[in-house]
Design a protein around this ligand. Structure first.
Ligand code: TXE
Length: 488
């Protein structure tokens, strides 16, 4: 059985306890993981704090930090096969997706490598003749980065890249579900040559490890991806250390298809939007809003495509949909789909867990046009389940699209340019895709409105979010200060 270690202060350690990790394709234990306790977390945060103040890191100039990030990107590419295999084994995410995603993860680090020495301060045109005033951009301090099970290497990259470029140090908590790829990634961080304590990687459960990390007095910023309920705990925890937070919390994103859309493209994008990663994607286009005039035609096409999906073992390159990551997730999806059908949703296809080992759920389409309040329309399922609603007018499409507390992403399929612009303006979402879906890039900011969180990942803004400013006042006059009670 494979054994994994935590990485604290430049040292690989067993952790004070261990827990079992299941292979989602078989449901069987395949590896043992180190379970970090509150005291392990305390050591990791203290190491990050020491590293933050150490000359090895604090005095390293931004160009050199960028070089370390570039080396990290090269090493990720070198080890991408192994990282992809581990992520597939421990989380059930199919190898086709993990291999492509990890290659792109390297590009995220490369982008932030280039950005490190372009994070600039400012000189202020101050309103006093004998003063020189400028803003220094300084790293915010120790960052607690917390990720869920889906796309762990990617979700870690969008936090570590900008945090390290800005000069912060990090304690990264891998999810207790499928932590293997990030624990392996620690070896690559070590090899890249980051000074001890700059990046620490632990895993463990929310209640002990996560709680201890987010309440720790030496943490200055918490970057979190996960569900809204956990985010509320984290924000409450941050009241202890008054750390700033950035939260990426998933969604219930609308995928809107107008009757003038290119039907084949829209159908393919919808299949990818909801069934890729078995629906365990924060941007899953999980609510199809379809124009009434093309509803039957479009649903027939989608049903045909959904039923042709190759379901199989995640490490098989031919597999298109693999298992969910956990039994918990499978149970959650079963419950919500069951409830929606009781409420009157009509099953177009799927709606069952598959009769095979592991945590498999069939690609599912639920027509909820008659029951827009169905549980599957209002809850994030994080699984391969599409809920369908229909509309007659653009206004109705907008009302349905914005009728959710979430606001991460939205997709619009139309050939009408002016309508596309109207929709872009009025959709309450942090990302709008027009005639495409699920595209991301290190250059483009990503994040949500409302219950989907706050703060942005990707792009320059993300790096600035890991900085604070120091305002420097320098008096340039040689005249003595005469009056102690009048400061100018
Ligand atoms: O996530 P959690 P879960 C949604 C999705 C899913 C639901 C629950 O709908 O069904 O959330 O998933 C750590 N203090 N998303 O339960 O709990 C935990 O150990 C500090 C959407 O797996 O949010 C893990 O590392 N940390 C989302 C991380 O939080 C705590 C992706 C995420 O776990 C903690 C995942 C605590 N008190 C789920 N409790 C997206 N944005 O895409 C837990 N954690």
């Amino acid at each position: 059985m494979q054994q994994f270690k935590c990485y604290v202060d430049g040292v690989f350690e067993e952790g004070s306890a261990r827990f079992e990790s299941l292979d989602p394709a078989s449901g069987k234990v395949w590896a043992m993981m180190p379970r970090a306790s509150a005291s392990d977390v305390d050591r990791a945060v203290k190491a990050a704090n020491r590293a933050f103040l150490s000359p090895e890191w604090a005095d390293l100039n931004a160009t050199r930090r960028g070089k370390l990030l570039a080396r990290l990107a090269d090493l990720i590419e070198e080890h991408s096969g192994q990282l992809a295999e581990l992520e597939t084994r421990d989380t059930g995410k199919i190898i086709r997706e993990t291999s492509a995603q990890i290659a792109y993860v390297a590009d995220y680090y490369r982008y932030y490598a280039g950005l490190a020495d372009k994070i600039e301060g400012a000189h202020l045109p101050i309103d006093k003749p004998d003063m020189d005033v400028w803003l220094r951009r300084e790293p915010v301090g120790v960052v607690a980065a917390i990720v869920p099970w889906n796309s762990q290497l990617f979700l870690a990259a969008v936090k570590l890249g900008p945090a390290l470029a800005a000069g912060c140090t990090v304690v990264l908590k891998a999810s207790e579900d499928g932590p293997a790829p990030l624990l392996k990634f620690a070896e690559i961080i070590h090899q890249a040559g980051f000074p001890a304590g700059v990046v620490n990687i632990v895993t463990g459960f929310g209640a002990d490890c996560g709680q201890a990390l987010t309440q720790h007095p030496d943490v200055h910023h918490i970057a979190f991806t996960g569900g809204p309920e956990t985010a509320r705990h984290i924000v409450r925890n941050s009241a202890e250390n008054l750390a700033t937070t950035s939260l990426e919390l998933g969604g219930k994103s609308p995928f809107i298809v107008f009757d003038d859309a290119d039907i084949e493209s829209a159908a393919n994008a919808q299949v990818s939007g909801i069934f890729a990663a078995a629906g365990q994607s924060c941007v899953a286009g999980s609510r199809l809003l379809i124009a009434k005039g093309i509803k039957d035609r479009f649903l027939a096409r989608l049903k045909e495509k959904a039923e042709k999906i190759t379901i199989g073992l995640p490490d098989d390159m031919g597999t298109e949909v693999g298992p969910l990551c956990t039994q918990r997730q499978l149970d959650h999806i079963r419950t919500i789909v069951g409830k929606s059908c009781e409420q009157g949703a009509r099953l177009v296809t799927g709606g069952v867990a598959l009769e095979r080992p592991g945590f498999y759920y069939a690609p599912t389409i639920l027509d909820c046009s008659e029951v827009p309040e169905a549980a599957s329309v209002t809850n994030e399922l994080f699984g391969p389940v599409l809920s369908v609603l229909s509309f007659e007018t653009e206004e109705e499409a907008l009302r349905l699209a914005n009728g959710t507390a979430f606001g991460l992403a939205a997709g619009v399929f139309t050939q009408n340019l002016t309508r596309a612009h109207r929709m872009i303006r009025k959709l309450q979402a942090g990302v709008v895709w027009v005639n495409t879906y699920r595209a991301v890039s290190p250059i483009a900011a990503f994040g949500g409105y409302g219950l989907s969180g706050h703060g942005r990942e990707g792009g320059l803004q993300a790096a600035l979010d890991y900085t604070t400013t120091k305002t420097v006042w320098l008096r340039t006059s040689d005249e003595p200060i005469h009056d102690p009670f009048v400061m100018r």
